[in-house]
Design a binder for this molecule. Structure first.
Ligand code: ZN
Length: 598
């Protein structure tokens, strides 16, 4: 009997816990088959006694036979005991069957096979059908018809990496649209990447199902929008349609080229325009024309899509972008920009759909374009998030619902400051630098870099004067001189300050005309000059809303920052500027001092 007539059979799915299976290595050996006639006994028909170890019929121990105790089926070996924990050929010499640790033959279920047919120790997930026969070379779904698995020719469910569909052997995989010999990707739990089945060697991603059927299901009155993308290091991908994902949300690869077309309506055209790394907006093209810079290595970053033609009034076109680090943005429509501009984030996948005119958007529409070009240097609030665009076009998104900490560095800029900036940049984080005015001209480039990457520049007076002991006139000149030198270098005047030595009084607060920023974690780094102590001062005490005091002019602090920054990120902290922290945690105003924002 053939086992695998129906590749779409939905079978009972047993619990798939901890199934990091050993990858199916080449050299997996199935020994030669031997065929013999095995008798079959059922205690309900044949009588006899069964003690769980031996089946005795007519005073004789039954051997080399199948036996059913009314519920379970066993195979009684030549010594009369049931075979346990063993993959074996059915005596018919053709099919492979499995007996679990209790000796029960497995039917219509997965089993974690612990001993191979050759007797080797393995840990393979296999499926056995209603006859108990192992699935081999079958692409199959779970019981909901959603999760796709592939049992390779050895019966092992592929997992944890790339695999190749077997050739020949009935072409079962091919019947699903997965081409024999092609590569696909299986996750550690055995789930196969669907919608972007890939080919590691030719880097081709293709759909495992029939596009025509998919289009019929989802078109509007038979009218579809079709599109295809070129993925970096891959190639042009199979055309998809009607809200299917083109590109990949798993590979971390940019789209470099795109083409789209309308199917089913000669009076409807689609026009589109793309924005990309270095080249900006290209000319608008339409109806199947390739645009972008395929195979150039230049990332596409945003798209616009619009409809024209006499039937355009019947439809809206919605589209959305999956962007590096931001995931899916919301749906844009009818010519709006979707994606990011000016922040150098690659577009990795798009979905496009036609809807009858006036239809609701497929989702909410808070952010459908991250407009870094228009917003350079700005912070844009969307819901509970702050999109922080640095002057040099970097984007950090701060989520108000997640923990955040403000690292602050005083007394610089210094020789070690660029190293701290390198680390912040590597983790896309920010800090606040309370700089000393008299140092700024000597460290112009460092100050400019701090500002350009989105860090906050605060004032720490011109010459580190203890303001609480200074005259009003001195306080004023210390602040004004610092504001002037900073403005001369980066074009903006600091809006926060930190009093040297933490010394302030009501006069200081009144004269500086901006919030005075104190701290909740004092690392004492200036005193200890000890990297390990600075690290533990932060990591042992930090909590949400803290302001951490450090000094970037000390090399041990620079070294400590190499550990502190990644460790805080690893713990889930967002490293934000004082201004950003205050934005989310109650705000701040001139004439007041703050030591934390919680
Ligand atoms: Zn200081």
């Amino acid at each position: 009997m053939k086992v695998r007539q129906n590749v779409r059979r939905f079978f009972a799915l047993i619990i798939f816990l901890t199934m990091i299976l050993g990858i199916m290595a080449p050299g997996y050996v199935i020994p030669a088959k031997a065929s013999f006639e095995a008798k079959y006994y059922n205690i309900e028909e044949s009588g006899g006694t069964w003690d769980g170890t031996n089946y005795i019929l007519n005073d004789e121990i039954i051997r080399d036979a199948f036996f059913c105790d009314g519920v379970y089926t066993y195979f009684l070996q030549s010594d009369g005991t049931p075979m346990t924990n063993r993959l074996t050929y059915h005596p018919d010499g053709e099919h492979i069957i499995y007996f679990d640790e209790d000796g029960h033959e497995v039917f219509s279920n997965f089993a974690h096979v612990k001993t191979s047919i050759a007797g080797d120790e393995v840990d393979d997930l296999c499926f056995f059908d209603v006859h108990g026969y192992m699935y081999t070379n079958v692409l199959t779904y779970d019981q909901k018809g959603e999760i796709l698995y592939y049992a390779n020719p050895y019966g092992v469910m592929e997992c944890n990496g790339w695999f190749q569909f077997a050739e020949g052997a009935g072409g079962v995989a091919n019947a699903m649209g997965a081409t024999e010999g092609k590569w696909a990707y299986a996750y550690p739990d055995g789930r196969i990447e669907v919608g972007s089945l890939g080919d590691e060697s030719v880097k081709k991603i293709y759909k495992p199902y029939d596009l025509e059927n998919e289009k019929k299901k989802t078109s509007v009155n038979g009218v579809s929008i079709e599109y295809k993308v070129f993925i970096s290091d891959y190639d042009w991908q199979t055309t998809v349609a009607n809200k299917e994902t083109a590109g990949s949300t798993e590979l971390g690869k940019a789209i470099e080229g795109i083409a789209m077309d309308i199917d089913g309506d000669d009076n409807l055209s689609v026009s589109y325009q793309v924005y990309g790394q270095l080249y900006g907006w290209l000319d608008i093209v339409s109806d199947g024309t390739i645009t972008g810079m395929p195979s150039s290595g230049l990332k596409m970053q945003a798209i616009r899509v619009g409809l024209s033609g006499s039937d355009a009034e019947l439809y809206d076109v919605y589209y959305r972008s999956y962007v590096e680090g931001l995931e899916w943005l919301d749906w844009a429509m009818n010519g709006e920009v979707s994606g990011t501009t000016g922040v150098n984030r690659q577009l990795e996948a798009v979905e496009i759909v036609l809807t009858p005119k006036g239809s609701e958007a497929p989702g909410s529409r808070d952010v459908f374009c991250v407009d870094g070009e228009a917003n350079k240097g700005a912070k844009v609030a969307v819901g509970n998030k702050l999109y922080c665009f640095s002057p040099d076009g970097n984007l950090r998104v701060v989520d108000g619902s997640k923990p955040m900490v403000a690292l602050t560095y005083d007394d610089g800029p210094g020789d070690g400051t660029p190293t701290i900036l390198d680390t912040l940049a590597a983790y896309n984080q920010a800090a606040t630098f309370f700089v000393v005015g008299s140092r700024c001209n000597s460290y112009r480039d460092t100050l400019i870099r701090e500002y350009n990457m989105g860090c906050e520049i605060g004032s720490h007076t011109w010459s580190h004067v203890i303001l609480s002991k200074a005259s009003e006139e001195t306080i004023r000149s210390q602040m004004t001189d610092t504001d002037n030198v900073i403005e001369g270098i980066i074009g903006i005047r600091p809006t926060t300050m930190r009093p040297p030595g933490g010394g302030y009084n009501s006069t200081v607060l009144a004269v500086v005309e901006r919030p005075a920023i104190m701290w909740s974690i004092d690392t004492l780094d200036w005193k200890t000059r000890n990297t390990a102590m600075t690290i533990s001062a932060v990591l042992d005490n930090v909590s949400d809303g803290d302001i951490v005091l450090m000094h970037d002019i000390h090399q041990p602090t620079v070294a400590a920052s190499q550990t502190i920054i990644p460790a805080l990120v690893d713990r889930g902290y967002q490293l934000v500027t004082v201004e950003e922290l205050a934005y989310f945690r109650g705000g701040m105003e001139a004439g007041k001092a703050y030591s934390s924002f919680r």
